[in-house]
Design a protein around this ligand. Sequence first.
Ligand code: A2H
Length: 333
Amino acid sequence: EGVQPQEYVLIKMEVVPPFPPNLKALEGWKVYLAAATLRPETMYGQTNCWIRHHGHHLWSRGQPPPPATHQPWGTPDPLLGALNQSHPCHLHPPWSCYCRAPLRPPVLRNNFSGSSCSHRHLPSWSLGFPAASSDGGEVMRINDTDVFVLTSRAALNLAYQGLSKVPEKPTCLAELSGNDLIGLPLKSPLSFNEIIYALPMLTILTDKGTGIVTSVPSDSPDDFMALQDLVSEPPLRQKFGVKDEWVLPFKIIPIINITEFGDKSAEKVCLDLKIKSQNDKEKLAEAKRMTYLKGFTDGTMIVGEFNGRKVQEAKPLIKKQLLEKGTAVLYSE
Ligand code: A2H
C-alpha cells in the first residue's frame, strides 16, 4: 500500500519575549514554534501548544549533524523524506519515478506508490542524510528574521521545500528539549486567547509533522483529553513543572457547531465514549474518527470572519488568509 504526501499547515506560534535563559541564544530573532495542523479553520479555539515532555539533544550548536549510521527509515518511519522533485530514481527510468510533492530530501518514502512510483528504494538514497531524530527539537533559521522550532527531521524536509535560509540545508541555531519549551508564552494567529502556553503532551510523535501541535480542545479529542489530564491531575503538572496558571484558567471555546455533537464536539464524544485519559488510544482513535469527518462535512463556523459558513467552505478561505498574512506556511511529508 502506498503513501501519499500529506500537506500540513504550519501555524507560526510566536514566542513572546523576553526569552528564558535557555533560549537566550535566540534573542533578537522572531522565534516561532511551528505547529502542524490539518484543521486551520479551528485556530480560533487554541488554548495552548503541545510539545513532547522529554528529549535528547540532537547535535551541538554549530556542529554538523552526526553521520547516518543507519538507514533513516530502519526503524518504522515510512514518512521520513521523499524524492527530490527533479531527482529521478537511480534504479528505474526517470519518467516512472517523480514525486508530485514539493521539493524534499533525496530520500524516497520506503514504499512510495500510486501514480508516482512503486519501487522499493535502496539505502543508497540515504547518503548524506542525517540520522533520524529520536526526539528533541531544533531551532531552524528560515530567513533573516524568523526561526522555527521543530524536529530536525521536519527542519530538513522544510529546507527542501524552499523554507530555509540556506537552500536545502537547515541551519541549527540551538538545540532544545521539550523541557526547554514548557511554559513558554506564545501568540498564535486567530486565537481568541491572546497568550497561550506550551504544555507537555505524552502522545506526541516525533516522526510526524513538526513534533509541535497546537491545541484546540473544542474540536480535537486528543487535545481535550491531554488538557483534561493536566487539569485534573496536580501530580502530572508537578512532574513536568507546569504551573497552575498555565492550565487552570482554561475554557473550551466553542468555534464549530456539528449537528450531531453540538458546539464542543470533542468534549461530547470523549464523555460519550467514557475516555479516561490521553493514553486511551483505541477510544481516542474512535473519537477522532467520529468527529473528524463530521466536523468537515456537517460543521458550521460559529465564530470569526466566516461565521455561519460551512466548515468545508471556510477551511480553504481561512487557510489562504493565514498563508497570505505570513502567519502560516505549507509543509508536506
Ligand atoms: B490537528 P495526521 Cl481541531 N503527534 O490540528 C501527534 N499529533 C500530531 C502531530 C504529532 N507529531 N502533528 C500533528 N498532530 C495532530 C488541530 C486538530 C487536529 C483538530 C482536530 C483533529 C486534528 C488541532 N490540534 O487531527 O495523522 C494535529 O492536530 C485529527 C487527526 O497527519 C493534526 O491536525 O492525520 C493531526 O494530528 C495530523 O494527524
